[in-house]
Write a protein that binds this ligand. Structure first.
Ligand SMILES: Cc1cc2nc3c(=O)[nH]c(=O)nc-3n(C[C@H](O)[C@H](O)[C@H](O)COP(=O)(O)OP(=O)(O)OC[C@H]3O[C@@H](n4cnc5c(N)ncnc54)[C@H](O)[C@@H]3O)c2cc1C
Length: 304
């Protein structure tokens, strides 16, 4: 990124602007090289200005939520990363005797939304308990667990396109797939409205506790990871395929297939992105050799 463009960014941005920023400080896997620029816009207006600036300057950009599904290569990202963490407003919307609409900006963490909605005795978000992402990341990934996905509770989203234009889209006009929302490249999720059913507060809190308990038992939460590293092929949980192939505990450098859950690759301390990628490849090859099933990454791999 040239100096003139850096200066322009500094002048236009109200929030922090960091250049050549190492991304291992942010990713849940604790790996990743430097981004040319990392920005933390403070308002939709600022976001719009930045997006237009990137378009004019021909600079690629990428949006980050809580960085819990991003594997950034060691060479870093040539372009700007827009971090949505400061979009944190939650608004209680219309309701009737059965349902309430909850409008959450992209940077709200799922854990906060789970807690806030449970306090209000609103059911529907408990399945997100323990998913460490943001609302924006969860919508883009169609995050899910325990038989439910974000699309099941979503009413509409507010999006910004790569020219800075905003639109509202109803859930039924969006194409959700397994762990994916199909949108034009560089579309930004600004906020999402969830339709939640009024319920019993204690029942909701019990369900949340039950889910968090299951996660603590099954997942290696003491180590950096990105959650499930591969998607589950139809009818075959990836973790069981990896375990059956005898790959639990397999290690490349500081990256290891968790002994606790076959579909988690953990950073044991000093892993590089290259270790994780090499380990993923070994796992894919071995599972394919033994079963003929091709595992597809769930984690989004970016950078050089
Ligand atoms: C311990 C652990 C457990 C997990 N368990 C689960 C689970 O049970 N189920 C599950 O589905 N996932 C799980 N995950 C993965 C991850 O938390 C989810 O995919 C989550 O939805 C990612 O949200 P994020 O904000 O961290 O997204 P990021 O990692 O920041 O980004 C993910 C993708 O979304 C895009 N993105 C993020 N925000 C926006 C936005 N506002 N607008 C446009 N694009 C955006 C990014 O560009 C990227 O492509 C787990 C991860 C960990 C570490």
């Amino acid at each position: 990124m040239n100096q003139a463009f850096q200066q322009k960014l500094r002048a236009m941005a109200a929030g922090p602007v960091l250049f050549d920023e190492p991304l291992d400080r942010y990713t849940s896997l604790r790996v990743g090289g430097k981004a040319d620029a990392l920005l933390f816009p403070q308002s939709v207006y600022e976001l719009e200005i930045l997006v237009r600036l990137f378009k004019e300057g021909g600079y690629p950009f990428l949006v980050a939520g809580n960085w819990t599904n991003l594997l950034v290569r060691d060479g870093g990202y040539r372009g700007a990363i827009i971090a949505m963490k400061d979009f944190r407003r939650v608004t209680w919307g219309e309701g009737d005797k059965n349902y309430v609409m909850v409008d959450a900006q992209a940077g709200v963490s799922l854990s906060e939304l789970v807690r806030l909605t449970a306090e209000q005795a609103l059911a529907g978000m408990a399945f997100c308990a323990g998913i460490p992402g943001s609302v924006g990341g969860a919508v883009m990934m169609n995050a899910g667990a325990y038989g439910l996905e974000i699309k099941d509770v979503l009413h509409k989203v507010t999006l910004m396109d790569d020219q800075g234009n905003m639109t509202d889209c109803l859930r039924n006009d969006l194409s959700f797939e397994y762990r994916r929302l199909d949108l034009p490249e560089r579309t930004i999720v600004i906020s999402a409205v969830f339709c939640l059913e009024r319920g019993d507060r204690q029942t909701i809190l019990d369900r949340i506790d039950e889910i968090l308990d299951k996660r603590r038992q099954k997942h290696p939460l003491d180590y950096p990871s990105a959650g499930s590293i591969f998607k589950n092929p139809a009818g075959h949980p990836a973790g069981l395929l990896i375990e059956a192939a005898g790959l639990k505990g397999l290690q490349v450098g500081g990256a290891k297939v968790s002994e606790k859950h076959g579909n988690f690759i953990i950073n044991t301390g000093h892993a590089k992105a290259a270790d994780i990628l090499a380990l993923m490849e070994q796992v894919q090859k071995e599972v394919f050799a033994q079963t003929g099933i091709a595992l597809e990454p769930e984690v989004r791999i970016i950078g050089d």
